[in-house]
Design a protein around this ligand. Structure first.
Ligand code: IDP
Length: 142
């Protein structure tokens, strides 16, 4: 298995619920390292650019409204098989379909307010990590 990086976002609903620490703890307990992190309130431009692949989808405006409704915590997670491992920890996009014990099953309210984002491939991860972080903001521990 390869050591990978993936981009994780704790979305505004989870920040509002005060579960930042609980979510980060799940990543660490699963063997992922947090090698970069920042809290920020996304501008519309930032959210639209991040989700550009969904621009034509009917839920795009709601998604951007939601992602700019409050602060988020953006992180880079590093570890073996990090992309898939994070997707497994997150659970399905719709929390009603998310497996028990996953982040979305435990903390998400609905398909649009679904607690976390995680890159869905190593290709997306590379783009998404670079979207939020410059190389000197990433601190691998080796
Ligand atoms: P993912 O976050 O599980 O990778 P994507 O299909 O990439 O899911 O969708 C990005 C985000 O768009 C989802 O996390 C969710 O917040 C929102 N979204 C996806 N599908 C719908 C929908 O049918 N209605 C409302 N929001 C949706």
């Amino acid at each position: 298995m390869a050591v990978e990086r993936t981009l994780s976002i704790i979305k505004p609903d989870a920040v509002a619920k005060n579960v930042i620490g609980e979510i980060l703890s799940r990543f660490e307990k699963a063997g992922l390292q947090i090698v970069a992190a920042k809290m920020q309130h996304l501008s519309r431009e930032q959210a639209e650019g991040f989700y550009a692949e969904h621009k034509e989808r009917p839920f795009f405006k709601d998604l951007v409204d939601f992602m700019t409704s409050g602060p988020v915590v953006v992180q880079v997670l590093e570890g073996e098989n990090a992309v898939l491992k994070n997707r497994e920890l997150m659970g399905a996009t719709n929390p009603k379909e998310a497996a028990a014990g996953t982040i979305r099953a435990d903390f998400a309210n609905s398909i649009d307010a679904n607690a976390v984002h995680g890159s869905d491939s190593t290709t997306s991860a590379a783009r998404e990590v670079a979207y939020f972080f410059s190389d000197n903001e990433i601190c691998p521990r080796g």
